[in-house]
Design a protein around this ligand. Structure first.
Ligand code: XMP
Length: 326
């Protein structure tokens, strides 16, 4: 019979057999897949695994802390954090085109990750202790999808953590290859990972960089982080987290509209709420959220986030809309 405990036991044995006395690295994204894969390998080989977290500065409020503190606290994993915010923001300066943003973020990510990986490889040296393995959180549907060649990858250039550095030679360790998402969550729970990581909704690799329609700047990111945190807080408080697939919060940075606050005229930006229901993200429908929850989110965002004077709801299914705006 299938139990999470059995999967952990089997995979720990398989990982030990594969890696032997050598070392491994793993890129963490903050998402559930890489976290569970890393936790499994950590259980198998302890501090012979080094995780790398590239903080690109495009995460939501509290997410980097979740990786840097909560994940480390619950697993004891050895973690190398690379603060690359400035590098990413510099590279994104002046860029508004969605595909260009995606390419820049993907490119910078690989460069930063490669640099960190080669430092770890160099520190460990050669021989029995050499770093020869790269852990990836590939799931069963990913295996099937890459064989079938379908997916949204041809619509938007997707970026995923841990993309194989070309000139570094690693053997892959993929302990989740036979699992579906809900099974991965059970394994994560079994391994004692924090609830916020185990039940995290999907979040795109390029992060908030593709949720600002317009140029990405530090100020705009901070503003969007505030609005997004309010929306998440209210959805969680209303008990809706497991009902919706995800709820992108988008800043229309190049749009302004007239509003009124107190005695004064305002001229601020709209925030878009994009709550969707879906089975697999290939198709989606807009979630019929309760009006009172929408009202609370709208009131709080317009009151609490400077420069935002309007909240709008995206009522488009996928297709024709995609889930993300970029
Ligand atoms: P779209 O916008 O294509 O999104 O309907 C489908 C799902 O994929 C997520 N998404 C990404 N995930 N890297 C990722 O790991 C990416 O570059 C990326 N772009 C979109 C999106 O959040 C949704 O769940």
């Amino acid at each position: 019979t299938w139990t999470a405990a059995n999967v952990v036991e089997e995979q720990v044995a398989a990982i030990r057999a594969q890696i032997g006395t050598k070392r491994a690295i793993c890129g963490l994204s903050g998402g559930v897949d890489s976290a569970v894969a890393a936790a499994l390998v950590n259980k198998a080989i302890g501090d012979r695994l080094t995780c790398v977290y590239v903080d690109h500065g495009l995460m939501r409020k509290g997410e980097s802390e979740q990786v840097e503190k909560d994940f480390v606290a619950s697993t004891g994993v050895r973690l190398k954090v690379v603060d690359a915010e400035k590098r990413f923001l510099d590279a994104l300066a002046g860029v508004s085109d969605p595909e260009e943003k995606r390419k820049i973020i993907g490119r910078e990510f690989i460069r930063v990750f490669e640099q960190a990986a080669s430092e770890i490889v160099a520190e460990a040296g050669q021989g029995d202790e050499a770093v020869e393995f790269l852990v990836q959180g590939t799931l069963y549907p990913d295996v099937v999808e890459s064989g079938g060649g379908t997916g949204t990858a041809n619509i938007k250039s997707h970026h995923n953590v841990g993309g194989l550095p070309e000139d570094l030679q690693f053997e892959l360790v993929e302990p989740l290859r036979k699992l579906f998402k809900d099974e991965v969550r059970m394994v994560g729970q079994e391994l004692g990972l924090p609830e916020e990581i185990v039940h995290r909704q999907p979040f795109p690799g390029p992060g908030l960089g593709i949720r600002i329609v317009g140029e990405v700047t530090r100020e705009r990111l901070d503003l969007l982080r505030e609005a997004d945190a309010i929306a998440r807080e209210e959805l969680t408080a209303a008990g809706l987290d497991r009902d919706i697939w995800q709820c992108p919060v988008v800043l229309l940075a190049d749009v302004r509209s007239v509003g009124v606050q107190g005695d004064g005229r305002t001229y601020g930006h709209p925030i878009v709420l994009r709550p969707v229901s879906s089975e697999d993200a290939m198709t989606a429908d807009w979630s019929r959220l309760p009006y009172d929850v929408l009202a609370r989110i709208s009131t709080r965002i317009t009151n609490e986030v400077a420069d935002v004077n309007r909240v709008v709801l995206d009522v488009t299914s996928k297709p024709p809309g995609t889930i993300e705006w970029e």
